[in-house]
Design a protein around this ligand. Structure first.
Ligand code: PEP
Length: 250
């Protein structure tokens, strides 16, 4: 039995006051949860969110990190620094970073390996563009993104502690959620692809769906056999909506 996980990705939203009010409301509403829950605020608010979350079952995560351990990388943050401020998870390879910051499959794979080696749990994001889905290349795209890790010993070792979020790029922030059947079919494909290398990992790895998940569609998506929770963007900025999603993940 895999435990469900719901991760909130605040992206570059909130100021300190709004963020504190949001995390406080989530903490009060989530005294106990069947699912694991993680909040990923902007870097500068990690210490504040960590402080508010103390004593709650909700974990802390970051939205990105460097693949390097340390050194002359202005503006970057290492896995060690994220651990220092209480992070347990880190989102890596989000489609916005792939598109806006030029993060290739190879760079994302390096980051996943670095995070896992340091003791963070990577949330690896993968997913196809609308044009790729329309051309029928979804599975080929997903395969490339996964194979960047599955094809090396270090990558396969890193996946042992990772979570994978399938996020069709056309569904992120657009209100165009994948149907439960569309999402389930890609999740099943991901599990099969991993099973070709490591059947035991395929059976236990948590696979999240991300892309316009809301309180109203979460239950149906999470009921799919290969969907183990969600990576939530916009709806994680509204405490009631986010709590509804967390309660749908059993
Ligand atoms: C995301 O940013 O990972 C995401 C899924 O966003 P949204 O829920 O807003 O589509």
């Amino acid at each position: 039995m895999r435990k469900s996980l719901v991760a909130g990705n605040w992206k570059m939203n909130c100021n300190a006051a709004d963020g504190e009010a949001l995390v406080s409301a989530i903490k009060v509403g989530l005294k106990s949860s069947v699912a694991d829950v993680v909040l990923c605020p902007p870097f500068v608010y990690l210490p504040m969110v960590e402080r508010v979350l103390r004593g709650s079952p909700v974990s802390l995560g970051a939205q990105n990190m460097s693949q390097h351990v340390g050194g002359a990388y202005t503006g970057e943050l290492s896995a060690g620094m994220l651990l220092d401020v209480g992070c347990k998870y880190v989102i890596l390879g989000h489609s916005e970073r792939r598109a806006q910051c030029g993060e290739s499959d190879a760079i994302v794979a390096e980051k996943v390996v670095a995070a896992s080696k340091a003791g963070l749990l990577p949330i690896l994001c993968i997913g196809e563009l609308l044009a790729e889905r329309e051309q029928g290349t979804t599975e080929a795209v997903i395969s490339c993104q996964l194979d960047a890790l599955l094809s090396s010993e270090a990558g396969l070792a890193a996946l042992q502690s990772a979570v994978i979020a399938y996020e069709p790029v056309w569904a992120i922030g657009t209100g165009m959620t994948a149907t439960p059947e569309q999402a389930q079919s890609v999740h099943a494909f991901i599990r099969q692809r991993i099973a070709m290398k490591d059947p035991s990992l395929a059976a236990r790895i948590q696979l999240l769906y991300g892309g316009s998940v809301k309180g109203g569609n979460a239950e149906e998506l999470f009921a799919q056999v290969d969907i183990d929770g969600g990576l939530i963007g916009g709806a994680s900025l509204d405490a009631e909506e986010f709590l509804t999603i967390c309660r749908a993940a059993t």
